[in-house]
Design a protein. Structure first.
Lengths: 464, 78, 272
């Protein structure tokens, strides 16, 4: 039996609690936390015995890793080493995987021949879908399998928070958070991963800034484009002997430009649509720990393999099919690809590119790593993607199509600054939960890429 | 008796005791969760190479705080 | 810092993170702890590769669960976000609090860093206020030893009133013991009796007044004293969460309008 008169209602309870709160002039939380911590302190005093007060080795390490003199050089050296290891180390396994996958291709081709499959089916499945998959897997898997374990290693060591600690001031000045340095570093591996990593930034405003600007660091899918173009157009331009050094300098310059644009757009965003004061930085600098290398390797490799394979299936396969179809369906005498390329030519020319380059970026929307192969395909009009055997051959092909070092520079700038790839945008949509921010994440870099290329081109043309 | 200081003015290597928090709202709650209650010992461990943020030793952990936050914490040097 | 581990991982089953709580053969264990306590190592060591990650429903907070078997008993381990407290200052804290509070795992393992016990106890004490089914796992004992700390686990057990297990998770040490204690807690062979935390006298006076009333309204499912404490604290996010789970509180149903109204009007206060 209920006795309503006897029962205090929720509203009354809430009144009582509110009264207690106001009696404590709204510092009730202080009192509660104080009691908890005091209790924790008492217990700790009873159960923990400290033998000797040795200044922990962590502090000595921190003296070096966050020192005013060595902090930055060591940080850059370490990150530089990881990039170098990724680029150099990925080469060999990339070739092995490519060889393996293309052996399978020729076997599949044999199979199709034996069953007299129609030409279009063979083209769509093998020359379109399979080749695109093979390209993505062989180009993406090795660098990711090297880059991410290295990063996890640094994380497990406890070094990454120190990076954020070292650079926070730069980011604070542009209204962002020091941890953005880490999400950017992740972006070098894969922008989608970098964007997901923005979860480590607690404040929504700073997190959004980090998400929207992550694209300005070139990911593994864009590095090959930057490096090949730097080598064939920038390196050889001066002296053959010093080509590698110059190419390296160009790539480093591009990365620094990307970082500057990141800081600039972060500042712009925090002064305009994401106005607000930088919020707290509160971050723990945990103890350094010996990492479990074996476990990291297994876990990272497994995760990365899954990621790349998933991406190849979801994104690259349909793209491959579409590209093949566009290149092989003819309207009149020319393929659709050529029609669109010619249509885009004026716009491309204005920003120092050409129609095919723009088309390659558009068709490469699903994944940045297929941009260069698409471009080669367009130029050769062979109708399938392929990788030219040597960089010299690539250079000759591009020069035949009217390339100068300025075209190469613009292509590199556009690759660095243009819209995020499909996976990255999809991740932005998921992380922000908003189509509006996703649209901005598409429009802002696109506008910047066009503007930068346009200005560069006009200045150089004027000077000549 | 020594004067109250803002935590940001505590020199590297010295120790203070928290007397008061000036922050309100969420920042105050975050500070409380770190164990910054009156009487808590706090040691200024090091500054970032660029001078900000600063790392403090608070209840067994090293916590980095920006200038703006450490300014909101009053301490008494020990 | 959850930068690379799971934050970047391919989401295996993003939506399907609801666990069948009605299945009596499955025991749900929550895994809580501060960041940097080796919680992930404990999680990985207990579940191996038998894991699924996704997001908590409607939140961009990574959700991981895994399962393991011990003495023919199937356990599902849910990895809660690493937090310093459960006072609902962030989405992560709310997610962790709501899981312990409303999903009522059969036991909650709290992983503490042995080198930093005081700070870590803050979280453990808060969890022990919500649920009595707590197991304390003191991890990183090797590091504590290197730094010259000795921790009296028996004494800690007495002080807290809940079972305490020491581990070095990265070397796999103590994990069998942890499983065994979990088994005993889940099967009521041990009944943890968390020591009550006493607050300032005016808080205690108010609690004395409202706790019996709250017990009537809330029933057995949720600790009335703790809810009372949160109400004194002015934590509207808990009221919202209770409103979302109103079906589990039959006595409270007729008050749902009050609850809803209160949750809405004071919404701005929560994160203000």
């Amino acid at each position: 039996m209920e006795k309503p008169s006897n029962q205090t209602s929720l509203a009354e309870i809430l009144e009582i609690t509110e009264a207690t709160r106001s009696q404590n002039s709204n510092y009730i939380r202080d009192s509660i936390v104080e009691s908890i911590y005091q209790h924790a302190e008492q217990i700790t005093n009873i159960v923990v015995k400290q033998k000797e007060l040795n200044k922990c080795p962590d502090r000595k390490l921190d003296d070096i890793l966050t020192s005013p003199w060595l902090g930055y050089p060591l940080m850059l050296l370490l990150l530089g080493f990881i990039f170098w290891l990724t680029i150099i180390g990925a080469n060999y396994p990339s070739q092995i995987i490519a060889k393996f996958l293309f052996t399978i291709e020729s076997q599949l081709t044999g199979l199709f021949m034996r069953f007299h499959a129609p030409h279009w089916l063979y083209g769509l499945l093998i020359l379109g879908i399979y080749r695109c998959l093979a390209w993505v897997i062989s180009v993406m898997l090795p660098p990711m399998a090297i880059f991410f374990p290295c990063f996890t290693l640094l994380e497990d060591l406890g070094y990454l928070p120190r990076v954020a600690f070292n650079v926070d001031r730069l980011f604070k000045k542009v209204g962002a958070h020091g941890k953005q340095a880490l999400t950017m570093s992740m972006g070098f591996g894969c922008n989608a991963a970098g964007i997901t990593a923005c979860r480590i930034i607690e404040s929504p405003r700073e997190r959004l800034i980090a998400i929207l600007t992550n694209n300005f660091v070139p990911c593994n899918g864009r590095f090959p484009t930057l490096i090949s173009l730097a080598i064939i157009f920038m390196g050889g331009a001066v002296f053959k002997t010093s080509s590698t050094a110059i190419a390296t300098a160009v790539v480093v310059g591009l990365i620094l430009l990307g970082i500057s644009i990141t800081l600039f757009t972060s500042w712009l965003l925090s002064k305009t649509i994401l106005r607000g004061i930088p919020s707290s930085f509160t971050m723990e600098l945990p103890s350094y720990r010996k990492p479990q290398i074996g476990k990291i390797l297994i876990r990272s490799l497994l995760d990365r393999t899954l990621f790349v394979l998933g991406r190849a299936i979801v994104v690259a396969a349909p793209a491959g099919a579409m590209i093949w179809a566009l290149a092989n369906i003819h309207i009149g005498d020319t393929s659709i690809v050529t029609h669109i390329g010619q249509f885009l030519n004026p716009l491309g020319h204005a920003v120092g590119l050409d129609g095919f380059i723009l088309l390659a970026f558009i068709l490469g929307f699903p994944a940045n790593e297929i941009v260069l192969p698409i471009l080669i395909m367009c130029y050769l009009s062979s109708g399938t993607m392929l990788e030219l055997k040597s960089l010299t051959a690539m250079r000759d092909l591009f020069v035949q199509h009217g390339w100068t070092w300025l075209t190469a520079l613009n292509m590199m700038l556009f690759s660095l600054l243009h819209f995020p790839c499909g996976t990255a945008l999809w991740t932005i949509r998921k992380e922000t939960g908003s189509s509006k921010w996703t649209l901005l994440a598409f429009l802002m870099p696109t506008a910047i890429a066009f503007s930068v290329c346009f200005i560069t081109t006009q200045i150089i043309r004027l000077l000549r | 008796m020594e004067h109250e200081l803002h935590l940001c003015d505590l020199p590297v290597g010295s120790i203070g005791k928290v007397t008061r928090l000036l922050a309100i709202g969420l920042p105050r709650r975050r500070m409380l969760d770190l164990g910054l209650i009156p009487g808590t010992k706090i040691e200024c461990v090091r500054r970032s190479p660029l001078g900000d943020p600063t790392a403090f030793h608070i209840r067994g952990a090293i916590i980095a705080l920006r200038y703006e936050e450490s300014q909101q914490i009053l301490i008494k040097p020990l | 810092m959850k930068l690379t581990h799971r934050s970047s991982e391919k989401k295996v089953n993003g939506r399907n993170n609801n666990i069948d709580f009605s299945d009596p053969n499955i025991k749900i264990i929550a895994l809580a702890g501060n960041p940097n306590t080796g919680k992930s190592t404990v999680f990985n060591s207990l579940t191996g590769l038998n894991q699924h990650t996704g997001n908590w429903a409607g939140k961009t907070v990574t959700h991981a669960k895994g399962s393991f078997y011990y003495r023919n008993q199937h356990y599902v381990l849910v990895d809660l976000p690493g937090t310093y407290s459960l006072l609902a200052n962030s989405v992560e804290e709310q997610v962790a609090r709501d899981f312990i509070c409303f999903n009522q795992p059969h036991a909650t393992i709290v992983v503490l860093d042995a080198t930093c016990l005081e700070r870590n106890l803050n979280l453990a004490l808060q969890i022990m206020e919500i649920t009595p089914h707590v197991i304390i796992c003191i991890n990183l004992l090797d590091e504590a030893q290197r730094k010259g700390y000795f921790i009296d686990l028996n004494s800690l057990n007495i002080q807290l009133g809940v079972p305490v297990v020491g581990t070095i998770a990265r070397e796999g040490k103590g994990l069998e013991h942890l499983k065994d204690i979990t088994y005993q807690v889940v099967n009521n062979l041990i009944t943890p009796k968390p020591a009550k935390l006493i607050y300032s006298s005016d808080i205690e006076r108010t609690l004395e007044k409202i706790t019996p009333q709250l017990e009537k309204l809330l029933g057995e499912r949720i600790n009335a004293r703790w809810v009372g404490l949160r109400l004194i604290d002015g934590d509207q996010s808990l009221l919202n969460a209770i409103y979302e789970h109103i079906d589990t509180f039959p006595e409270l149903k007729k008050e749902s309008e009050v609850l809803k109204h209160y949750g809405e009007t004071k919404q701005s206060n929560i994160l203000g």
